[in-house]
Design a protein around this ligand. Sequence first.
Ligand code: GDP
Ligand code: IMO
Ligand code: MG
Length: 459
Amino acid sequence: MTVTIVGSQLGDEGKGGVVDLYGDAADVVARYQGGDNAGHTVVHDGEKYKLSLVPSGAVRGKVGVLGNGCVVNPRTLFDEISTLEEKGLSPDVRVAERAHVILPFHRVLDGIEEDVKSEDDQEVGTTGRGIGPTYEDKAGRRGVRVGDLLDPDVLRERLEYVVPQKRALVEDVYGVDVEDLEDPDAFDVDALFEEFHDFGERLAAEDMTVNASAFLTDAMADGQTVMFEGAQGTIIDIDHGNYPYVTSSNPTAGGAAVGTGLSPNVIAEGEIIGIVKAYLTRVGSGPLPTELGGVEGDTPGYDEQGDGENEELATYIREEGGEYGTVTGRPRRVGWLDMPMLRHSARVNGFTGLAVNHIDVLAGLDEVKVGHSYELDGEELEAMPPTTEEWGRCEATFRTFDGWEEVDWSAVAAEGYDAIPENARTYLEYISDELEAPIYAVGVGPGREETVVVENPTE
Ligand code: GDP
Ligand code: IMO
Ligand code: MG
C-alpha cells in the first residue's frame, strides 16, 4: 500500500516528523517533487536531523527514492549523505534517472531574478536553491536529467546547448558580468562537465540511479509499503497555491503519481494524510489573511503598517514554536489557523486522515482564534479564491476557542487522545468536522514520542 504525506498549508507543517512516525512500517520513502528547498526535521533520541533532500525515512534506515518529479542538486545530496553518515546512519538513496539536475547557474539565476523583482517589491522570497530556474528548464525542454550525467556525450551536448544561453541571459538581459560572480565556473561548460560527469560516475558506481516508476512498481508488487513524502505545501503548489508566491512544483497529492510514475489508482488505493500546523506560518512573501504581526521584507505592506497590533502574540508563538526557517534561518510569519485555506486544501488533496501538529505551542493562551470564513466584497467565502489579488483582499471572520493549559505533553502522548486537554480536543474536532477527515495523529512536541497516535494508516 501507499501512504502519501502532504503539507496542507504553506510548508513546515511538521511533515518530516510524521514521515518518521509512520515510517517504521514503510519499506521505501519517496519524495515526488521539490529539491533542497525543503527542510524536514526529525527528532529522535534527542538528536535533531535536518533533511533537505534525503527522504526522512533515512533516520529509520528505509530506502529513500528521489522521484522523477524532483530536482536534484548532487552537491547537496552527497553533502547531506556524508553528514548523516557522520551521525552513524547509512542512507540508501536512489535517484530517478528522469529527475532534473540543479546546476550551479540555476542558483545564480534564482538570486539575480529575486534581486531584480525586489526592485519593485515583487520578490517571492525563494530559498535561493535554484528550484524555479531548474523547473523552467525542465518545462523549456533544455534541462539536464540525472540520466544524462551517466553519459558523457549526452552531458556535454546538453551543457553546450544550455550554458551559452544562460550566460547571455545573465550578461545581456540582467547586465551582470559573469566574471564578477562569486562562482564564474557556474557558466563554464568545461568546469561544469568535469564536476557533473564526476557526480554521474559516483551515482553509477554506488548504483544509485533507478527508473523510479519500475523500482516502485516492483516494490509494490513485492508487497512493500511505500510512503510518499511531500515537500512544501498546498498553498505554495504552482497550480493550486497562491501564484506567483509559490514554489515551482506540485506538492499536492496528484504530484505523487506524476512525480514517481505510479498510477493515480495506486495512490488513491492508499491513504493521503494532510499535515496541519495548529496555527499558520509562512516563509516568504504573499498574502496571509489571518496574519498576526508581520516580518519585515516578507509581509506585504510592512513598510506602511509596521509589525501590526498583534506583534506580541506573533512573537510569542514564533518563539514557543521555534518558527525560524530550517533551510534559511529566516523568521517565519505567523498567523491563526485559516479554514478557507484548509477547505481548499482538503478539496484539492482528498485527505483520508489528518495529523495536526503543534497543539503544545498554543498551550497557555487564554483564547485561540481561527479564521473560519472570509469576507470579500460583501460576500462570505468558505474557501480561498483562485486569484492572489482576491485572496489579498479577503478579510477573515474569526471564531474564538477557549485556550488550553500547559501540561506534561509526553505523558499525554503516552496516555492517548483522551488525555489531551478538553479545550484542545474541541479545537481538533472542529478542524476534523470542517475538513470531513478523521484525526490520525496529534503532534504535542517535536520528538517521535511526543505524538498522540490515534490511527496508524499502515495497520
Ligand atoms: P516540515 O518541513 O513540514 O517537515 O517541517 P519543519 O521541520 O520545517 O518544521 C517543523 C518544526 O516543528 C520542526 O522544528 C519540528 O521538529 C517541529 N515540530 C513538529 N511537530 C511538532 C509539534 O507537534 N510540536 C512542536 N512543538 N514542534 C513540532
Ligand atoms: P518544506 O518542505 C516553507 C517557499 C519559499 C518561497 C517559495 C518559493 O520544508 O515544508 P523556492 O525556493 O521553492 O522557489 O521558494 O516557497 N518554500 C517553503 N516554505 N517550507 C518549505 O519546504 C518551502 N520550500 C519553499 O520560502 O516563499
Ligand atoms: Mg520545513
